[in-house]
Design a protein around this ligand. Structure first.
Ligand code: SAH
Length: 346
């Protein structure tokens, strides 16, 4: 439904307080409504039971509460849940709940589609349609928290910005969403449990460091050789590895928090000793850990996961160089919920 009414969640708490004062009400009413909108994630003014009927009607006359709806939910046989969520304008993004024995992780989207063109990623084929608003990112987290409580009897424990989109190309909204997620007036989660994954936009990494963010940073590296990285992640032409390195050194100098590198090993692309050596060298610039990610095919056959001996070799050489390395097994592959598979297939 098209409406001229403003989305009330675009207002800050101060603006909401001012609004009530301008209507001859108490500023405090703004706090109450703010709590309903964020902490209690109300989707309807009718739900605001400690607000008078007249006030609720007045709000309804001025504002809408845009919110996401789960359009479809799929469950993998490994417990992973993928939500296709519909935004207020009908566009769809996907978010994923990943359960392990001890934690529940939400993998959330930051954009509809993506403007980057990573050759191995299904989301890249969608192109970027628009940025998500802070409340649309927040709602994905709230939805997964509810699902975690419902299906696994525990709250959500971790959040990764590894769904659709490049979070640093929607920086302001991602930061606003994280502020709400970590605020006691929102979900009160610790920023230590949040990881933002970027393909590596140097000036935005520096900006984050300057802004004093408290969450973790992961960088999708995949190759430490410029020509190879450019061939699979074309924006590397504009932001080459030297610039990325400078930004990461800056990040570490300011935050003292080590970086995670995401790395997929593909047959014929980055599977030789030359690649391993370049990667190890890159890992020494800034304290880091490495996540080797299993490749999730996106039906084109050009990219293939390297043989396990190659992965073992990567791991051995990294470990010999005292670099912490984890191998991340894919989750939710059967429902196209794994890394790089989010493409609104349904
Ligand atoms: N744009 C951000 C976040 C989204 S992608 C980024 O690039 O980091 C999340 C992770 O999945 C990234 O590390 C990305 O490189 C990886 N990825 C993309 N396609 C993949 C695929 N087909 N198989 C495995 N990992 C993939």
């Amino acid at each position: 439904m098209v409406t001229d009414k403003k989305d009330i969640r675009a207002l800050s708490k101060e603006q909401l307080r001012d609004f009530f004062v301008s209507k001859g009400d108490k500023a405090f009413r703004g706090n109450q409504v703010y709590e309903w909108l964020w902490q209690k994630a109300a989707h309807d003014f009718e739900d605001m039971t400690n607000i008078s009927k007249e006030t609720r009607q007045m709000l309804d006359a001025h504002f809408v509460i845009n919110h996401i709806e789960v359009d479809s939910m799929q469950r993998s046989n490994d417990g992973t849940i993928k939500n296709a969520v519909r935004l207020h304008d009908g566009l769809i993004v996907e978010s994923v709940l990943i359960p392990t024995a001890t934690r529940t992780t939400a993998c959330v989207s930051s954009q509809v589609g993506c403007s980057l063109d990573c050759k191995f990623c299904a989301t890249a084929r969608l192109k970027r349609m628009r940025n998500l608003n802070p409340d649309e990112i927040y709602d994905q987290v709230v939805t997964i928290d509810k699902e975690s409580r419902h299906y696994f009897n525990r709250p959500l424990s971790n959040i990764v910005f590894m769904g659709m989109g490049e979070p640093l190309m929607n920086y302001n909204n991602v930061i606003k969403a994280i502020e709400k997620i970590t605020s006691p007036e929102g979900l009160g989660m610790s920023p230590k449990r949040i990881t933002l994954s970027t393909s590596g936009i140097p000036k935005m990494i520096k900006k984050m460091a300057d802004d004093g963010v408290k969450f973790n940073l992961a960088v999708s590296l995949h190759s430490a050789i410029d020509s190879v990285r450019t061939s699979i992640m074309p924006f590397n032409e504009t932001f080459p590895l030297q610039d990325l390195r400078d930004a990461l050194e800056y990040w570490y100098a300011k935050t003292k928090r080590r970086i995670s590198y995401e790395y997929v090993v593909w047959k014929g692309i980055n599977d030789t000793d030359e690649h391993i050596e370049a990667f190890v060298k890159f890992c020494k610039y800034v304290p880091c850990k490495v996540n080797i990610i299993e490749y999730n095919p996106i039906d084109d056959g050009h990219f293939q996961q390297a043989a396990s001996e190659v992965l073992d070799r990567y791991i051995r050489v990294l470990e010999d160089n005292h670099i912490v390395v984890n191998v991340r097994r894919s989750r939710g592959k059967d429902i196209d919920a794994a890394c790089g598979q989010l493409a609104n297939k349904s």
